[in-house]
Design a protein around this ligand. Structure first.
Ligand code: PGA
Length: 239
């Protein structure tokens, strides 16, 4: 599989379901690399156990800006790394909506993640209203501000996820996504790896998969069941 697939399980799954799904994915993947599981934080340790010694990787859905200290309720990035996380999502739109923060907060979060050895997956994307107003590029520019100063383009992933495409069944067009990839690369550098996320399914993934500008996918709902995830992986294996 040439494209990376990040499975964002959000808080969709229970304990048993998470372990079973992780084990089924390990079996499906065999020795194939490129699948990253993002379980909810309280289940990271049990998923780490299931994927240990396999080709499947793991990441966290967020992490604290801080390392060890008096930060009740936060996720210590150093511990996440020790637990087996290679990646961490930064600024997923559901998080940005729940607790609005300036771009500098997410840059600080990515900086700490990089310091402890985690690869940040920085989530960006505009709302429907912003796109309709012609502001999509400006919004993305603002979300990326400062990132070019903290890391080289091959040290992180950008996940372009238009807010209106997340969980709605309405994926962005390939044209819109490739245009945004070109824009992001023009700011961050050609080597920047960009994922697309937003209502990715077996039906929509094929058209994106043929685009060299798209390095992979961040998949929510469809990644939480083998019946919807495996057909996507089948498409990616054959493309
Ligand atoms: P979705 O979610 O695939 O369910 O649209 C994507 C995401 O939130 O990362």
């Amino acid at each position: 599989m040439h494209k990376k697939v990040f499975c964002n399980w959000k808080t969709y799954l229970g304990v048993g379901e998470t372990q079973t799904l992780a084990a089924e994915i390990v079996e499906y993947a065999g020795s194939a690399k490129g699948i990253v599981l993002l379980p909810s934080a309280e289940l990271l340790a049990s998923v780490a156990h299931v994927i240990e010694g396999t080709s499947v990787e793991m990441g966290a859905q967020t992490s604290s800006v801080h390392r060890h200290g008096a930060y009740t309720g936060q996720l210590d990035p150093e511990n996440l790394h020790t637990l087996g996380c290679q990646y961490v999502l930064v600024g997923h739109s559901e998080q940005r909506a729940a607790a609005p923060m300036p771009a500098s907060h997410f840059i600080a979060q990515a900086t700490t993640a990089l310091e402890v050895g985690l690869i940040p997956v920085i989530c960006i994307g505009e709302t429907r209203q912003q796109r309709d107003a012609g502001d999509a590029a400006a919004v993305v520019r603002e979300q990326l501000r400062g990132l070019e100063d903290i890391a080289d383009p091959d040290e992180f992933f950008i996940a372009y996820e238009p807010v209106w495409a997340i969980g709605t069944g309405e994926a962005a067009t390939v044209e819109d996504v490739t245009q945004m990839c070109e824009y992001v690369k023009s700011i961050m550098g050609e080597r920047t790896a960009i994922l697309y996320g937003g209502s990715v399914t077996a039906e929509t993934v094929g058209a994106f998969a043929t685009q060299p500008l798209i390095s992979g996918f961040l998949i929510g709902g469809a990644s939480t069941k083998t019946t919807t995830l495996f057909p996507i992986l089948d498409v990616l294996r054959s493309s």
